[in-house]
Structure formats: C-alpha cells, structure tokens
Ligand binder design. Structure first.
Ligand SMILES: [Fe+2]
Length: 452
C-alpha cells in the first residue's frame, strides 16, 4: 500500500489550517501527490507523467454557465473504465430514494423521534445508512433524502459512489474518515463533509462508533447563499471550507465497488483500490466545514429574523429564492433583542423542515428534542415553541443571554418529505409529541387590552 500525500505548493498551511487541506469554496484547486504528476498548461497531454491516465469528472453539463460549471481533471493509475464493470443489483438495506410514497401510513402531523441507539451489529457507511424521509424525485434531479447514519465498522476493500446525488454528512457522535478519489477528509461532531455526486469513497472509523445525519441532495450541488445587504462577510465564509490535497492508494487486492444508481444499489468486483488519483485539478471535489466557524447575524434591537439568516449552504432550484434544499444551523449566539419574543415564532411554511440536534439544548424545545434525535415539520403543518419555552420567553427578564453549547440544524426543502417505513415504525417515534403544545392556554380577553 502506498499513500503519499504531498503538501500542495499553493495550499495555505499557516494560521491553523491543517496542511492536508486547501482553503476556499468552489476554487479551481490543483494538487499533486508526486512532483510533476499534474500537467502544466494543459489537461490532456499525449502521455501523462508517471504513466497516469487523464480523466475528467463532470458535475455539471459541459455547457453549464461558467458560474455553475463544475468539473475536475483526475490523473490516475487506471482509468475508471477499469474499475470493475460487471455490475449486479444487491440488497439496498434501509436505503430509500424518492419517489417513495407507500411505506408509511401514519397520518400527517408534526413528528419527533428520540435518538435511535447505535446498533450493536457491524454497520458500514452503506449498511448503516437508514433513510428517514424522501422528497421530490431523484430521476428528475429534484428533492432530497434525510438519512440517519450509524457506523460501527470501517469499510474494508469496499468503495461507493452515488449517482443519484451528493451526500452532506453532519457528524453527531464519533469521528469519520472519508478516503476519497480526491484525498482524505476527517470530521467529528460539529463538522460536515460534502461528497459530490459520482465521487468514489470509502468511510472508516477514526475511533469508536459514529453517528451522523446525512442529507442526500438530488439537485444541483450545494453552494453558498448570496448575502445581499449583509455584505461581503459573515455567515459561512469561503476560506473556512477545506478540500483535501491529493492522496492515492496503489493497492492490488480483490475489492467491491458499490454504486447507488436510480434508487438501487449495485456492486461490481474490482481488483484494486479505485482511490488511485495521484494528482487532480478543478472545482468539483469533496470538502469539509466546521460549523463553529459560522458567523451568525441576527437581531440586535427587536424582532426575530427569518431562520434563513442561518443558512450555511443552499442547493438552489430553477425558481429564484426557492431552494431545493437549504442547510441551516442554530449555533451558539447571543440573544439580545428587547420587547421581543426571542425563540422562533409560531409558523406554517410551504417548505418542509427536517431538524436534528448535534449537541446541547434547542431554545424552542428545551425538552424532548435531544442530541441524536430528530423532528419533521412538513409542508404547511404548524409548529413553534412548546408551552414551557413560550411561558419562559414571554415572562423572563430580557437581559442579554448567551445560548451556549448548542448546535441544531435543519434540512429544509421545497418538497414535502415522505416518511419511510423505518422511521414510521421506529420505537423512538414520539406519539405524544404534539402534547408539547397542550399547555398553551387561551389568554384572550376582549375587556383587557394590556398584556397579561
Ligand atoms: Fe419552522
């Protein structure tokens, strides 16, 4: 086995940046694990250095506008056509793909689950991917799936790519190591990793068992939201996104390459590691981001802005301002607004909201929504603070308060999210969730104008 990562000459290695990564979002990166492996001034020389094969990976159509055009050039030991090819369909386990309408017969409603315990049996990234909701239609490249991920075993001589969408992995417990065609990414709780559509990877445990939430994005790739009047800084800053430097494996051993394609899982035998890219350049590559680098902007006088103010990444649709998916977080922050109901207000929403809690306490639901758990507030179904949070937020003195040690997130999509049978039948489903609003009593009195 040969793994020879080399620090890219252009990578920023000071200021706390791990030298295995390059800084920036959507940059045209270039990196090589052997000196001179990357052709200079051209993509496809007559003969590539070291006997490598040149290959392009396109994440957008060739003709996409320059601002959304995504592709990378990979210089690899074998071209991908030599990576197996005798495909057969295999058991997809608990992986589901939209459209997936008939698995759950629960009536509509606001829904919440306790954390599902980490299973005891060996589960890899593939067998540990348990789909909870699906939305839209993967074949039309619209919509998403939300998965819970339980990893209790590393993938060994196994590799995967997903043709149906990109994976956004939100680590919640334990650490995960993604060995990819482009290099190695490691994440722990509070960090995310994005693996673009089609990129081959293997997932290993860095320590004990790990748990994560995964958003599978069937649509156009995640990008940074425009900031509008916020200006040039804050929210998620491009410099905090990290893409790995090139690292390759020259391993000859019988292995299996899996492909998620059209909602099914296929496998092919392969005689070597497909993570054999010695050098690459381009703007289509996996990346990681530490959510604690997100610089939140909020109310400093009164009222509560829309939660879109906390958008980290957005996957746009063809309709301006209407996201296929928004990835939103609720991080540590100060609450200082005066004469204001500070928690998120009650509302109904055309967008469908899947929420999870990475750590800490979520201010609108101090009870019943615990780290590793999740909730679903689907299209046009009302939700908001529970009775305890309402009472507290309505009566407490409005001093500046710091919300500390908390990190919640939301996958919000324009499409309704359909429950899978796995989620509907889970014993962690909270049938009495809506009772959290039972204590909201009628306070109206037409003869008393002053607030209660
Ligand atoms: Fe909401």
């Amino acid at each position: 086995m040969t793994v020879q990562p080399k620090i890219d000459a252009g990578a920023r290695t000071g200021a706390g940046i791990d030298p295995r990564y390059m800084s920036g979002f959507g940059n045209s990166f270039e990196t090589e694990a052997l000196p001179g492996a990357l052709p200079i001034g051209r993509n496809s020389p007559q003969k590539a250095a070291y006997g490598l094969y040149a290959e392009q990976l396109s994440g957008s159509p060739f003709t996409a506008p320059r601002s959304t055009n995504e592709r990378s050039w990979l210089y690899r030991i074998r071209p991908s056509v030599k990576h197996g090819g005798r495909w057969s369909k295999c058991d997809r386990g608990l992986i589901r793909t939209a459209p997936c309408r008939d698995e759950a017969d629960l009536p509509i409603g606001q829904m919440r689950w306790d954390p599902i315990p980490l299973p005891a049996e060996p589960l890899t990234f593939i067998t540990g991917l348990h789909t909870v909701t699906t939305a839209g239609d993967a074949d039309t490249q619209a919509g998403m799936a939300a998965h819970l991920l339980f990893v209790t075993a590393s993938m060994e001589r196994e590799y995967l790519f997903n043709a149906d969408g990109e994976y956004l992995v939100v680590a919640q417990e334990g650490a995960l190591r993604f060995a990819t065609e482009f290099g190695v990414i490691e994440i722990g709780p509070g960090e995310i990793c994005v693996i673009p559509r089609g990129v081959v990877f293997r997932v290993e445990l860095s320590g004990g068992p790990a748990r994560a939430y995964v958003c599978e994005n069937y649509g156009g790739g995640f990008t940074l939201p425009d900031r509008g009047p916020i200006g040039a800084n804050c929210l998620a800053n491009p410099r905090d996104f990290l893409t790995p430097i090139a690292a390759y494996e020259d391993i000859e051993e019988p292995s299996t390459l899996y492909a998620k394609w059209g909602g099914e899982l296929f496998s092919t035998p392969i005689g070597q590691s497909p993570l054999d890219v010695v050098a690459w350049h381009g703007n289509y590559a996996p990346y990681k981001y530490d959510l604690r680098h997100y610089s939140p902007v909020g109310a400093i006088s009164f009222d509560h802005p829309d939660p879109s103010i906390f958008t980290v990444l957005t996957a746009p649709s063809e309709t301006p301002g209407t996201a296929n998916i928004d990835f939103v977080i609720f991080p540590e922050r100060w609450a200082v607004a005066e004469n204001t109901f500070r928690p998120p207000w009650y509302h109904r929403n055309i967008m469908s909201e899947f929420m999870g809690l990475i750590y800490g306490v979520y201010d609108a639901k101090p009870e019943g929504f615990t780290p590793g758990g999740f909730s679903l507030h689907n299209m046009m179904l009302p939700h908001g603070p529970d009775a305890t949070a309402f009472e507290h937020a309505s009566t407490s003195e409005q001093k500046p308060v710091k919300l500390t040690g908390t990190l919640a997130f939301m996958f919000e999509t324009r499409f309704p999210q359909r429950l899978t049978g796995y989620a509907a039948r889970s014993s962690q489903f909270q049938p009495d969730y809506t009772a959290c609003w039972d204590g909201l009593k009628k306070r109206f009195d037409p003869n008393r104008r002053e607030a209660w």
